[in-house]
Write a protein that binds this ligand. Sequence first.
Ligand code: BG6
Length: 368
Amino acid sequence: EKGGFEFFMDKEIEEQPAAVAQTLLGHFDGSGIVLDELRLSEDDLRTIDKVFVVACGTAYHSGLVAKYAIEHWCRIPVEVEVASEFRYRDPVLNRDTLVVAVSQSGETADTLEALRHARRQKARVLAVCNTNGSQIPRESDAVVYIHAGPEIGVASTKAFLGMLTANYLVGLALAQARGTKYRDEIAREYEELTKIPDAIATTLTLMDPVRKLAQEISTAKAILFLGRHVGYPVALEGALKLKELAYMHAEGFAAGELKHGPIALIEEGLPVVIVTPSPVTDPLLHSKLLSNIREIQARGARTIVIAEEGDETVAPFADFLIELPKVPKLYQPLITTVPLQILAAEIARAKGFDLDKPRNLAKSVTVE
Ligand code: BG6
């Protein structure tokens, strides 16, 4: 059942183009985005004036990405919070608030309790979930299923890309209901999303050098990850994968924060992974990242740069360059996450760890 792979996780990483394609399937009916189960009227959606995304772990990182897309498309404020914090701090909620609960398993107790709290305060709840018939979708007003298929590896990979995809669909559905995007713009966004599975497949064919790099840096005592805009949650996810799988000290930072503290950690030989935006679609942030990369390299750290193909300006400052296919700015996490998953998996493999069952972790945590 592992299909010739050593671990389920290896297989699940390879299944990511299909996970994204399946998640998109059937959500566009020719004139607009359709959600799965919608026990909310268009009017209910139209009056939403605040969105909270609540989730745990990797699902939380998918929410951080969603914030950039939903605020950009819908012009409503989005807050993203780990479910265990949200529930206990008395957040301001009412019937015009949409709480998006993201969960692979649909059974995570922290997320479920956050959702119940939101419902008691009359907020609307939408679930993004990979498991049919699980508790979180059962208790929600609307559902978008991630059709990633069953995920066995405890550290989430294909479900994460599925969550990102489903979150984009939620954002587009909201933009449609609120009229902040024209129908043809929404159709175009959906069209762009349908091209992503091919770009992920291409990315997967480029990973052998990353596997080799993983061998070389598997004995490092820590690895840092930096990114900006949607690259920032990707950096956090890269660091989380490394902690979960390789039991290595890893931290993700917003690259702009580097000079406000983390730069003190930079030392000779330290591997630093930088998720760089496109010089074409995001020249301003690209130039800022470029100066971060130079600073890091000048201090002797080992720069591992994830960049868009054809980005010649970063090459001189990259000790190791990973060039990935060009996709629209908001969708980059669907591509840039892949090498970070491979990096963590290969470092863990080099250390002889079980990729499917990392120590101390459970696939779904049903206690708060
Ligand atoms: C954790 C898992 O306990 O729960 C993580 O180990 C996962 O991998 C998190 O991201 C959230 O799980 P779910 O099922 O709610 O997405």
